[in-house]
Ligand binder design. Sequence first.
Ligand SMILES: N[C@@H](CCC(=O)N[C@@H](CS)C(=O)NCC(=O)O)C(=O)O
Length: 208
Amino acid sequence: MRARLALAASGVPSALREVVLRDKPEAFLQASPSATVPCLQLTEETIDESFEIMQWALARHDPESWLDMPEAGYKLIAECDGPFKTALDRYKYSTRYEGADAVAERTLASAFVIKLDTLLDTQAWLFGATPTLADMAILPFIRQFAHVDQEWFEAQPWPKAIAWLEGFKASPRFKAIMRKYPQWAAGDAQTVFPEIQDAPQQSLSPVE
Ligand SMILES: N[C@@H](CCC(=O)N[C@@H](CS)C(=O)NCC(=O)O)C(=O)O
């Protein structure tokens, strides 16, 4: 989701290949050292970390100024990808982790959501009136956290975080990137992503 969000915002065209994890194609296994998605295959290298794919796309084209973000945004993303994500996984999949107590993990993860709620108290997005890389890198994981027990999440005293997530889920960008694609197979016609109507106007001219 992160990679699609950034590619859609940048308008940098890519060839999308939908990978079904229980049926990974040979070309994907050859390209990706980690065999995880998302994976961006370039001529000289392959990027298999979603946050790095975001940075790659935005470094090329950033018409919505997602990179116009204070240093604190990177710290917040690191906290999301570190302690928050660890607690999220242990909450969401507590039976897969020996000794994990779902409620204790949820409490640990909640500290991060409370921090976001505080930031959102005076502004619509984490660092101002428009979204930045931090919003778009963090929102997919807050969505996952909320979906474990939606009723519980919505009953918590973090109204701004709830509204922020709702706004994201209702946005045309989110709807565009949630479009389902058929599983890719070798020899298929190329699927260009983002589709032209999702992309900002500026991206209609060739990139680089
Ligand atoms: N650090 C990676 C994690 C990616 C990741 O764990 N992806 C999962 C799916 S969301 C995956 O591909 N797992 C491999 C598998 O299930 O075989 C990133 O954020 O890009």
